[in-house]
Design a binder for this molecule. Structure first.
Ligand SMILES: [Zn+2]
Length: 460
């Protein structure tokens, strides 16, 4: 079976056929850097990080473009309120987003373009649309003429005459549904020059311009949250296709993280900020939580579910660490059920069920001292976790284990020396000395547990 994806535009699961054999281009609408990220923002990063990893696993060379929208009304408003330039606010929040993606193990995209760095590309696209009769310039800015594009509404499944618009009425705008490609400059706001006057980019235009620059006029997958289907993605596809570009072959939309049934936002409180959540669970556990549900299923946030996810991950991690100490691992292949789940519209929930089954089998084998089976399970589990970015023995998690950081191998050697002394004391039946060594280790914060396979230590 090969990869199948749910395409919003087709409202159906379709076989994934890339435009070019062996290559896959993905454009993901990234952060509008207005504020610090909450876990709702991070879901998008995790879902598409897993999608890109699975495409690579399937042999595709992936070009992954995730933009940064670094200018918008709220950024300007916050900057004015703080008495600083707009880019101070944008950069501060962009760094917070980069940190958050990084902390949960999202690999950096191939390219991460900022909107304000692509004004020349936007001017070219506006020129093409105006020349083709799909856009016009007014005193309020440059507008897309929705009436000139009969396919408008196809992506979101709406008829233009039934649509409500959030676009404000502006002098010179011909149709309420027409949307701004370019917003004319207002006093005190940042502005860039264009042939139609100074102003700043409209949000939709940015994405069409950047997708075209980095992925070409037609590319494979366009992603984002379901809250972006209308108007943002409807407007993107209108702009690009009216200009003659093929644009996206597949539209993938992930569901929201909700809190008490509502889309997570700044107003739902600081407890959902990434900086706060990674104090309550480890970052790898947050990644597990955000990635474990199918990307098209809503995650209704609860602290209990977050902690359950953390426990589920620790069960996996516990097996991997124990098995890695006891058996010589054999390189594992991906079980066919795992690959089947991932190929079925990136079914991570089903794929994780295969992981947990292998963990159970592995633990049973360890209990029965069946090292061969345990080694096979370990290899399979690590192969599967690698695809999901959750392998506790691989980067970035391996060095951060147990709070020991890079010092763990050093501590390991030192503890081994102390345990050797303790064992020697026991052999000569000097139990007082053996107990003293154990007490000294405990005083240093190192807990020793004696297992059938010998003593193990942890910091705790
Ligand atoms: Zn976008």
């Amino acid at each position: 079976m090969s990869l199948r994806l749910y395409d919003t535009a087709a409202r159906a699961v379709r076989d994934f056929t890339p435009r070019e054999p062996g290559r896959a281009g993905i454009y993901l609408c990234g952060a509008t850097v207005q504020s610090s990220p909450h876990i709702g923002h991070l879901r998008s990063g995790v879902n598409f990080d897993i999608a890109a990893r699975w495409l690579e696993q399937a042999g595709y060379a992936v070009t992954f473009c995730r933009n940064v929208t670094d200018i918008d009304d709220k950024i300007i408003h916050t900057a004015q309120h703080e008495g600083v330039p707009w880019w101070v606010v944008a950069q501060r929040n962009e760094r917070a987003f980069s940190w958050a993606y990084d902390v949960v193990g999202c690999r950096p995209p191939t390219v991460e373009p900022r909107a304000t760095g692509h004004v020349p590309e936007m001017i070219v696209l506006m020129r093409r649309l105006i020349d083709a009769g799909h856009a016009y310039s007014t005193e309020g800015g440059v507008y897309f003429d929705v009436g000139s594009f009969p396919a408008y509404g196809a992506l979101s499944g709406q008829r233009p005459d039934a649509m409500l618009t959030s676009e404000k009425a502006v002098d010179g705008k011909r149709n309420p549904l027409d949307f701004a490609l370019w917003k004319a400059a207002k006093p005190g706001e940042p502005a860039w020059d264009t042939p139609w006057g100074a102003g700043r980019p409209g949000w939709h235009l940015e994405c069409s311009a950047m997708a075209g620059k980095y992925l070409g006029p037609a590319f494979d997958i366009h992603g984002g949250g379901i809250d972006l289907i209308f108007p943002h993605h409807e407007n993107e596809v209108a702009q690009s296709q009216a200009a003659g570009d093929g644009f996206a072959g597949y539209w993938l939309h992930h569901a929201m993280v909700t809190s008490a049934g509502e889309k997570m936002s700044k107003s739902t409180g600081n407890s959902m900020l990434v900086t706060d959540v990674v104090e309550r669970v480890r970052p790898v556990e947050l990644r597990y939580y955000l990635g474990a549900s199918h990307y098209r299923s809503t995650i209704e946030f609860s602290e209990a579910a977050l902690q359950d996810a953390a426990s589920a991950y620790r069960r996996i991690e516990g097996f991997v660490q124990r098995a890695a100490e006891l058996v010589a691992e054999v390189p594992g292949e991906l079980p066919s059920h795992f690959a089947g789940a991932m190929d079925d519209d990136l079914g991570v929930a089903g794929a994780l069920a295969v992981v947990h089954t292998a963990v159970r089998d592995g633990n049973t084998a360890l209990g029965a001292s069946d090292k061969e089976t345990a080694a096979q399970c370990l290899g399979q589990v690590r192969a599967m976790l690698g695809v999901l970015g959750l392998d506790p023995l691989a980067a970035p998690w391996a060095t951060a284990r147990s709070g020991g950081g890079d010092l763990r191998p050093t501590v390991d050697r030192l503890v081994a020396v102390a345990l050797g002394q303790r064992e020697a004391a026991r052999v000569r039946r000097d139990f007082a000395a053996a107990d003293e060594i154990r007490a000294e280790l405990a005083a240093a914060g190192i807990a020793i547990s004696d297992t059938a396979a010998g003593p193990r230590w942890s910091i705790g």
